[in-house]
Design a protein around this ligand. Sequence first.
Ligand SMILES: Cc1cc2nc3c(=O)[nH]c(=O)nc-3n(C[C@H](O)[C@H](O)[C@H](O)COP(=O)(O)OP(=O)(O)OC[C@H]3O[C@@H](n4cnc5c(N)ncnc54)[C@H](O)[C@@H]3O)c2cc1C
Length: 411
Amino acid sequence: MEPARVVIVGAGLAGLRTAERLRREGYDGAVTLVGAEEHLPYDRPPLSKALLVDPGPVAPPLLRAADRYAELDLDLRVGVRATALDADRRTVALSDGAVVQGEHVVIATGLVARDVPGWAGVPGVHTLRTYDDCLALRDAAEDAAHATVVGAGVLGSEIAGALRTRGLEVDLVDPLPQPLHRVVGEEVGAFVAALHREHGVRTHLGATVAGLEQDAAGRVRAATLDDGTRWETDLVVAAVGGTPDVAWLRDSGLAVADGVVVDADGAASAAGVWAVGDVASLPGPRGGRLRLEHWTSAGDLAATVARNLMADLRGAPRRAHAEVPYLWTDQYDTKVQVLGLPRADDDAVLLAGSFAEATFLVAYVDDGRVRAVAGAGMPGPLMRCRAAVAGAVPLDELRTLAPWERRKVSA
Ligand SMILES: Cc1cc2nc3c(=O)[nH]c(=O)nc-3n(C[C@H](O)[C@H](O)[C@H](O)COP(=O)(O)OP(=O)(O)OC[C@H]3O[C@@H](n4cnc5c(N)ncnc54)[C@H](O)[C@@H]3O)c2cc1C
């Protein structure tokens, strides 16, 4: 057994940010950061954007330069997977045979890409979650003529755009009525669908792929929809979401249900155990639970947990996580941004601009109150809606504040 005071499992964005924040908060004990991938912590958003479009040589987009780890004084173990947790004793068993024990354990294991049943391992079928996945997809795109992207969420829509920009024919399929439907709803989703069509992507919305055909060598050759529509394709990307990487917690004694169940402080069901990033299942602002799969939110929750962990060590009160969720996605040259969490039954109200000009701000209103805002081409005004979203102010109040109007310069 090796002593370590804080053990962070998962060396991605949320794990690294937790370690950095602990040091910034003045934590001077030992920190072990364990990561299953062979790479130093790297950034995922470029994997479905610039790195996929540009066929040139690449390196992982590191979140922190290799020569800046010494100042964090970490016990960094990459290429090592945590295989089990005993939540009561806070011991973590590792794939290299070591066992580390922490006064605190922070779970930051993110997601694994979901496979479509029967498609895993079929030559020509890809998923995208890791840098290595990105390299494999880039290579496949090099030789492919026609891509089929299954799933038009944030990731699938970006992948479709990137492959189209590389010059491939692209078919984009989703059972929902619009791309990005879960994150921006019908109206903004329709705007994104139009962008794809303008760029020559064939969209099949409200549709599912009934089956793939393979050639004699087993390679994917064609896709058929449930309505019988068929096309030839030599590359398929299954972008159907991810599942929390929690298999290793099976016998931990921890409450796990679509992620690690945490309270508003980021604390899991056992004392001294926390979760951050995509794997954390938080109490939702409108009831229920939610997991945020957003870059900014991963860092925000890491900051909350580091602060609360330090508060526990110092015997100080904790502070509940209160950041407004924020997401961006790049669809071709258009950045779509979302503050808060729109729900399918919210009313989408155009506040400013127009979809035709690709410059707009939309409020998501529930019972007269603003719950979220989405926009394109208006980053400043969107960010100035943060307090309104956090406070769920009445729509009229937001209209009166009109943060989308140019700010008056006082004389
Ligand atoms: C291709 C792509 C594009 C994205 N683009 C955007 C975007 O445009 N905007 C946006 O807001 N968000 C985007 N996101 C989401 C954002 O990147 C994630 O929210 C963020 O990476 C979550 O960080 P995380 O640390 O929780 O998980 P991850 O980054 O997945 O890190 C988890 C790490 O834990 C490791 N791990 C898992 N199990 C174990 C184990 N048992 N032992 C040790 N290590 C383990 C994994 O190997 C992984 O390295 C994108 C995500 C992807 C995949």
